[in-house]
Design a protein around this ligand. Structure first.
Ligand code: URA
Length: 451
């Protein structure tokens, strides 16, 4: 392989052969191709793009750059995998995976850590005292056999080419490129062994994809590549204009996920947390429903959603999450988990300075402030405070009076001095229209489904 020739061909807009793509990816994985040549190739791809065939080849070459997991030996139904392109307050995995497991669909879910304003599921799970995300694949399969699902960190053995390429994309301004995003996401998903994949492609201010057009383009290509690789793939495009649910921050989000799954008569009495977001619940039910349809458990999305709703109401999803947490080293019951979750030492309420009707909450601003408060990291080496975060006291569609609390900051110890400045930015993230201009609010976060 001549790396210079492959870079030049892509620079000139020529479609690369399967062999060229495989040998370039192999060179990146072994280190035979130096970073400067890989970076030049990434920039050429950024400007010239990849055809559908090239994107599929790149994905498969990256999938094959490391280990692949075989889940075909699991008892029962074929395993489903789920992925979100990431957003603010996105704790869907903690609800969707137990719902699928309770319907008899196994899930071995590998997740990442948060970087920037988008949270990571592994950080959320690690806010549960004792919970281990660093299980080997063999250990995770044991948890799966026992609890029906396992929630672990991304294995370094899977798609090592992605690790090398992503590190270069991050520092060469080539992250925002659909073929590269698709190959990055799908190589890891395809290596993780699920027999079908449900994708939640976020769209809006708190997402990677800011417009419905770009989210659709990404979703279509993700689905095309998944199906092209022989793994039935579904994408739900969902709104990330406002944060998802009420809680943003690691322990806060675990609490909200548990309280979404718990049946009413098991909810803790605390008024502070006695809120559920119907739009968040609906999104979780929709994602889980696609997993059931993919597996033939239900013949239509609406039947599957009814089944997921019954599972939710019966508490079977909650019991599955309880089993998963216990099997991975956390407390034995959900009530013990709620008691053990870290709680911020200081809180500060953000009050509305106008009366009106909440029409929007800018997810990106809320995500950035939460990160600065310690709930996320700007650099991989940053440590996070699991208790820190922002609790929304109202969501779009609610009316407020002057002086009403609209958000509560959960601050790390000594975080009080900066609270007023954080509060001002959180307050400014709310759009509050005069009640006279009452606008109809969307009843669902789902923008489109692509299968
Ligand atoms: N998530 C990934 O895993 N890769 C990307 O390129 C973007 C989001």
């Amino acid at each position: 392989m001549n790396a210079v020739e492959i870079i030049a061909r892509k620079r000139d807009g020529v479609e690369l052969t399967t062999e060229e793509i495989y040998s370039f990816v192999a060179g990146i994985t072994t280190g035979e191709i130096p970073d400067y040549q890989a970076s030049a190739w990434l920039m050429a791809v950024y400007f010239k793009g990849l055809s559908h065939r090239e994107t599929l080849d790149l994905t498969l070459a990256m999938r094959d750059s490391g280990e692949t997991i075989d889940l075909s030996d699991l008892p029962g139904l074929p395993a489903v995998d789920k992925h979100s392109t990431g957003g603010v307050g996105d704790k869907t995995t903690l609800v969707v995976v137990p719902l699928l497991a309770a319907a008899g669909v196994p899930v071995l879910k590998m997740s990442g850590r948060g970087l920037g304003y988008s949270g990571g599921t592994v950080d959320k799970l690690e806010s549960i005292p004792g919970f281990r995300t660093d299980l080997s694949v063999a250990e995770a399969k044991g948890v799966l056999a026992d609890a029906g699902a396992a929630l672990i960190g991304q294995s370094a053995e899977l798609a090592p080419a992605d690790k090398a390429l992503y590190a270069l994309r991050d520092v060469t301004a080539t992250v925002e490129c659909i073929p590269l995003i698709v190959a990055s996401i799908m190589s890891k998903k395809l290596a993780a062994g699920g027999r079908s994949i449900v994708l939640d492609v976020k769209c809006g201010s708190g997402a990677f994809m800011k417009t419905p057009e770009s989210a659709r383009a990404l979703a279509r290509e993700l689905v095309r590549v998944g199906n092209g690789a022989g793994v039935p793939t579904y994408a739900v495009i969902s709104s990330m204009e406002a944060p998802l649910g009420f809680m943003i921050g690691n322990a806060l989000e675990v609490r909200e996920a548990i309280e979404t799954l718990l049946p009413d008569d098991e909810l803790p009495g605390s008024e502070c947390y006695f809120r559920r977001d119907p739009l968040f619940t609906d999104l979780c039910l929709t994602l889980a429903a696609h997993g059931l349809v993919a597996n033939g458990v239900a013949s239509s999305e609406s039947k599957a959603k009814d089944l997921c709703f019954q599972i939710l109401q019966s508490g079977a999803g909650a019991r599955k999450l309880e089993k998963i947490i216990a099997a991975q080293g956390g407390p034995l019951t959900l009530s013990a988990t709620l008691d053990a979750l870290p709680v911020a030492s200081e809180t500060f309420d953000v009050l509305s300075d106008v009366a009106g009707f909440v029409t929007g909450i800018n997810a990106e601003t809320i995500g950035r402030v939460a990160t600065e408060m310690g709930a996320g990291r700007f650099r991989k080496s940053d440590t996070i405070d699991p208790a820190a975060g922002i609790e929304l006291l109202v969501k779009p569609g609610k009316s407020v009076q002057i002086g009403d609390g609209i958000a509560r900051l959960h601050l790390k110890a000594g975080g009080g001095p900066g609270a007023a400045a954080f509060a001002a930015r959180v307050g400014a993230a709310f759009t509050i229209a005069p009640v006279a201009q009452h606008v109809a609010m969307p009843r669902s976060l789902i923008i489109a489904t692509i299968s």
